[in-house]
Design a binder for this molecule. Structure first.
Ligand SMILES: [Cu+2]
Length: 421
């Protein structure tokens, strides 16, 4: 919930990413190793790659003009430099850890700042934001800013707008936070696995004259990330991916990584030429035996019922609940005992609030709702696709929490927990 979520720590005064600091020693070693692989690179002045310098494609792994295989961009085109605008600076990391969904069930995840979901960003509209993200894992990642109108080089789609961020590297995202509203971010490398493996978080952009607050003077503001997990699929594929990355790193160190060994092509023609030469794409080989994930655990902010956090309200109070669908299934959140107002969709205010008791969220959608405290009690708030209020097929569980009035005094019945009805 937003009130308890930790925001990313603002970066210290010492800027680690000033253009003068240049690429890390490790990055230089890598670029030297890769540069040694291709004859085409021999003509590059000075030999070793420098950050931001265009590298001829042959023999290198990534082909983006203006990007090299180092991955660490210090001053992307289109974004102002450090002294041109007052950036709000945040430090982020990619880490691997084991995360407990509900007592007795955990899974390996790639978490932002070792939190599930990732830290909640809270900024003002039009703030300039700088996110220094360091990859502490053995797998590649990026960050995509979902619903934010950033310049395209900051959009975080690997091989389309940037090279993936390699193990041990830092990438700096710079953008202006707009438009206002409930938005989010997620990793875009190997998206099905990484996004499901907890690499998602809320990005809330406030505005000075919030039209929602004018209409509904809410006093509490909750953010609920809706998630679906296939624990066994994640464990199996994270292991496979890490094994694959070890092979890639070894090939790279030996100077033997080329488009064929790793399936990176400069364009569609090159891809077709490789197939004409007899190369078989992975989806025709063993990897095609991978099943698609079939989630059996459904969570709100990283926890399945009964481990989910409650929503608190008082009589006469308005609360705002920001729902974000960070998974790949549709969820239909239903509140008992109240009709609420939906006030925003995809972060954007609706022209007229909609009176509902169930709100649907496709994958990638956000919805903001306002609840008015006029019916004291304990009320469930859950996905009404009842397959998602189970833990591994056992009801109740999953995407379910309680709305609880704090000011009820003596009550005739209080909630308890039955694990297997
Ligand atoms: Cu990732």
């Amino acid at each position: 919930m937003s009130e308890k979520s930790k925001s990313p720590l603002p970066a210290g005064d010492a800027e680690a990413d000033t253009p003068a600091s240049g690429p890390t020693r490790r990055a230089l070693l890598r670029s030297a190793a890769v540069a040694a692989t291709g004859g085409a690179l021999m003509g590059v002045a000075g030999g070793a790659a420098r950050a931001g310098e265009y590298q001829p494609a042959q023999g290198s792994m990534m082909f983006m003009k203006g990007h090299n295989m180092i991955g660490a961009r210090t001053n992307p085109p289109g974004a102002p430099g450090d002294h041109e605008v007052p950036y709000r600076s945040f430090d982020m990391s990619f880490d691997m850890m084991e995360h407990e969904l509900v007592p007795g069930v955990s899974l390996p995840v790639f978490a932002f700042n070792k939190q599930v979901p990732g830290p909640l960003f809270r900024v003002q509209e039009n703030d300039w934001v700088k996110v220094n993200v360091t990859n502490n894992t053995e797998e590649m990642h990026t960050i995509h800013w979902h619903g934010l109108d950033v310049i395209y080089t900051m959009d975080g789609v690997p091989m389309v707008t940037q090279d993936p961020i390699h193990p041990g590297e830092t990438f700096v995202y710079r953008f202006q936070a707009r438009p206002a509203g409930t938005r989010f971010y997620h990793c875009h490398w190997s998206t099905p696995l990484h996004m499901m493996s907890a690499l998602h978080g809320a990005f809330i952009i406030d505005q000075a004259d919030d039209p929602v607050r004018k209409m509904f003077p809410y006093t509490r503001d909750y953010t609920l990330m809706l998630e679906a997990f296939d624990v066994n699929w994640s464990r199996k594929h994270i292991n496979e991916v890490l094994g694959g990355m070890k092979r890639v790193n070894k090939l790279m160190a030996m100077g033997k990584l080329d488009p064929i060994t790793h399936g990176f092509f400069r364009d569609y023609d090159e891809f077709q030429a490789a197939i004409a030469d007899g190369w078989t794409p992975p989806y025709t080989r063993g990897a095609a035996e991978r099943s698609t994930p079939e989630p059996e655990f459904f969570a709100i902010n990283g926890k399945c019922y009964p481990a989910t956090e409650k929503l608190l309200i008082k009589q006469g109070e308005y609360i705002r609940i920001r729902l974000i669908n960070g998974g790949f299934l549709s969820h239909h959140m239903h509140l008992h005992g109240h009709n609420f107002w939906q006030v925003a969709e995809d972060g954007n205010p609706l022209p007229e609030p909609k009176r509902l008791n169930t709100v649907s969220l496709f994958p990638g959608k956000t919805a903001d709702i306002i609840v008015y405290g006029d019916n004291p009690g304990f009320w469930t708030f859950h996905d009404h696709d009842v397959r998602r209020v189970m833990n591994n097929g056992i009801y109740p569980g999953g995407m379910l929490t309680l709305l609880e009035y704090e000011d009820m005094g003596d009550v005739p019945y209080v909630p308890s927990i039955a694990i297997n009805e």
